[in-house]
Design a protein around this ligand. Structure first.
Ligand code: SAM
Length: 239
């Protein structure tokens, strides 16, 4: 698989939009606060880090790394942080200069962003980067294919699961249905810890139905900055 960085347009100078999906990577109304609201608070974080020695977060769509870096900063602010594994998937990895430009919108994260940008050299398959406080594991390729490597008995990636919290952050479901696919979400549910959770900005009806069919119990809650709804969920208990 040859890696091709995405074709980007830059809205208002600093919000990247993928031409191929006609969608932005983060909100114009404050990407960092949106990540904290939707993905961290939506998964009960950072509170759920308390008392844990290890915590695994998995994400569909690494994009700019904003969600990862925001999570890293949250862990860095704790007195007794868990060892964090952050597992993500990306089919169209940005180049290091694209990442750098996108992340320059968040001076609060600059310390962490510099480390990511200088280490960023994505290759097809599994890429591991060690950060103080976190292991970043990014699968470069189609999430629908790579997810089969996880949890496989004897596979090198099996120690990464179960997943404690999912960040479901594909582009809008209408434009990127691949990341909201029933089979992918079922595999995600199967890799989730018994008390594991999910959060997503999307409240589309068919996404909610796919999540329920996959094995998550979901609810709608208030979205970020004027968005009426988002969705949170937890793994459905066995009957
Ligand atoms: C909304 S962006 C993610 C933003 C990201 N979480 C961040 O913090 O910047 C969605 C991402 O999903 C990626 N993507 C789309 N389809 C994919 C697929 N089938 N497998 C893996 N990644 C995919 C896109 O290239 C894009 O980077």
């Amino acid at each position: 698989m040859a890696i091709k960085p995405p074709d980007l347009e830059w809205l208002d100078g600093d919000v990247p939009r993928a031409a191929g999906f006609n969608d932005t990577y983060f909100s114009k109304a404050g990407g960092l606060e949106e990540t904290r609201h939707v993905f961290l608070a939506g998964n009960g974080l950072p509170e759920r880090f308390e008392g844990r020695t290890h915590f695994t977060i998995a994400e569909f769509g690494f994009g700019t790394g904003l969600n990862f870096l925001t999570t890293l900063a949250a862990v860095g602010g704790l007195a007794r942080p868990p060892a964090l594994t952050f597992l993500s998937f990306e089919l169209y990895p940005m180049s290091a200069p694209q990442l750098e430009r996108a992340l320059s919108a968040f001076p609060e994260l600059s310390k962490y962003a510099q480390t990511l940008v200088s280490a960023w050299a994505p290759a097809p398959g599994w890429n591991r980067l060690a950060f103080p406080g976190a292991d970043l594991v990014v699968g470069i390729g189609d999430a629908r294919e790579l997810i089969a490597d996880l949890g496989r008995q004897g596979a090198g990636e099996s120690a990464l699961t179960p997943v404690d919290a999912w960040y479901l952050d594909g582009f809008s479901p209408a434009r990127n249905p691949e990341l909201w696919d029933p089979d992918l979400l079922k595999k995600a549910a199967d890799l989730t810890a018994g008390d594991g959770t999910l959060a997503t900005y999307s409240a589309a009806g068919w996404v909610r139905r796919n999540l329920q069919a996959a094995g998550f119990t979901i609810e709608k809650t208030a979205g970020f900055a004027g968005k009426r709804e988002m969705v949170i969920g937890r793994k459905t208990a066995p009957a």
